[in-house]
Design a protein around this ligand. Structure first.
Ligand SMILES: NC(=O)c1ccc[n+]([C@@H]2O[C@H](COP(=O)([O-])OP(=O)(O)OC[C@H]3O[C@@H](n4cnc5c(N)ncnc54)[C@H](O)[C@@H]3O)[C@@H](O)[C@H]2O)c1
Ligand SMILES: O=C(O)C(=O)C[C@@H](O)[C@H](O)[C@H](O)COP(=O)(O)O
Ligand SMILES: [Zn+2]
Length: 369
């Protein structure tokens, strides 16, 4: 098992990565649970596959679960779901000093985290991530949010969990497409800041997605450690360091919006496409070393992820995608910073990108057969 600290003044916490952790939830989370009845917000699929193990673990320490099931899918990161969940937490009598457990992927983690951020001005929560994406990314770092009609994650809060238990065994029941989507965020850590990790993934990516124990544990633990370092340095994305974690997301979120936040394009797939677009756009501006962009694209394709936006069958043009980008939270006094590459492992924040140039670049990418 790996234990990775997220060091933040006054609210540091541990991320535990390993096998069988869900069976020991009661042991690890005990100090956060003050009442016999424990509210658990769970993705319905994660609950069906792993709820019993969680209930059994809590029962060994005398806890009883109050389950609240969330409908799977991005649609649950909505005002309606948030309102229903907050009402339920209030009915359950959750107090500020209590902790809520969130079992599931990034959708349940983001929704529950946000509900806990605003419930009575903030109660505690523990993340029990059950997707690869949630284990390597969304359960760590305290970004919580819902989507609105205008775009992705537009209403939310920074609210850190008190503990994260990433049980690798839960990934055994995850559909292959979801595993691949989560892998995009793993690859992201290599592309943005660690060429050695990227190279290791070029060799071991298939083993990671194939859930081979050792490579999987290393990939998850190294990803979490990379994220923990960045979050500790720039928790609220104010200095530019944390913005690097947004590599691929400016393009990716626009594609997610254009496809209606639906199963047509999963978040991780949008990130994979977005990373390739960011790399190619960097090449267009002569910023990157020769061949770097296509090397990123090859790593994406090798993992069974989409690398060509033209294959999505979108009918919009580049301008329409750029219009979605105007809602990006990185927007600053009318300028949209982009995360671009000098090389693999060397991402940086570019503040001099002209949006009509991006639209023109995207027109070309949309029509590549
Ligand atoms: N807060 C952050 O820092 C952050 C980081 C990255 C992504 N995100 C957000 O995370 C969301 C995507 O998360 P995700 O990829 O985990 O998707 P998800 O939460 O929708 O889960 C993916 C699918 O897997 C199912 N599932 C979950 N665990 C399972 C299991 N163990 N076995 C079988 N099925 C299981 C779910 O029901 C769902 O159908 C997006 O909304 C994205 O914006 C947030
Ligand atoms: O933690 C971060 O910071 C990230 O940017 C991680 C991303 O993978 C994640 O998708 C995040 O929710 C995107 O942030 P947003 O601020 O663009 O909504
Ligand atoms: Zn992401």
């Amino acid at each position: 098992m790996a234990m990775i600290p997220v060091e933040l003044a006054g609210r540091s916490y541990q991320v535990l990565v390993g096998h069988g952790l869900l069976d020991d939830t009661a042991t690890h989370a005990r100090k956060f649970l003050r009442k016999a009845r424990v509210p658990v917000v769970a993705d319905a699929n994660a609950w069906a596959a792993h709820g019993e193990r969680l209930a059994k673990s809590l029962a060994t320490e005398g806890f009883e679960i109050a389950p609240y099931l969330v409908e799977p899918g991005e649609g649950s990161k909505s005002w309606d779901s948030l309102a229903r969940l907050v009402d339920w937490l209030l009915e359950e009598g959750v107090e500020r000093g209590d902790h809520v457990l969130a079992l599931g992927g990034g959708v349940v983690g983001d929704l529950t985290g946000f509900a806990c951020a605003i419930l009575k001005r903030g109660c505690g929560f523990v993340q029990l991530p059950t997707t690869l994406l949630a284990q390597v990314d969304s359960s760590v770092g305290g970004k919580t949010a819902i989507n609105t009609a205008a775009g992705k994650n537009l209403v939310g809060a920074f609210h850190q969990p008190s503990l994260v238990l990433a049980d690798l065994d839960t990934l055994a029941t995850l559909p292959a497409r979801e595993l691949r989507a989560g892998y995009a965020e793993v690859l992201k850590y290599g592309v943005l800041g660690d060429v050695d990790f990227f190279e290791w993934l070029e060799g071991q990516g298939a083993a990671v997605v194939g859930l081979e124990s050792k490579p999987l544990e290393r990939a998850v633990a190294d990803s979490v450690a990379a994220k923990a370092r960045i979050v500790a340095e720039d928790e609220r994305e104010t200095t530019g360091t944390r913005a690097l974690l947004n590599l691929g997301h400016t393009f990716g979120h626009a594609l997610e919006a254009e496809t209606g936040f639906s199963d047509r394009l999963l978040h991780g797939e949008g990130v994979a496409l977005g990373m390739v677009l960011a790399a190619r756009y960097s090449a267009r501006r002569d910023l990157t070393a020769d061949g770097a962009a296509e090397r990123v694209a090859r790593a994406v394709v090798a993992a069974g992820l989409p690398a060509e936006v033209s294959a999505l069958g979108l009918t919009c043009d580049g301008k329409a995608l750029v219009a979605h980008m105007l809602h990006d939270k990185k927007m600053d006094a009318g300028t949209l910073p982009f995360i671009l590459l000098r090389n693999i492992g060397e991402a940086f924040v570019a503040k001099d990108v002209a949006l009509d140039d991006v639209a023109e670049f995207l027109d070309g990418q949309l029509s590549i057969a």
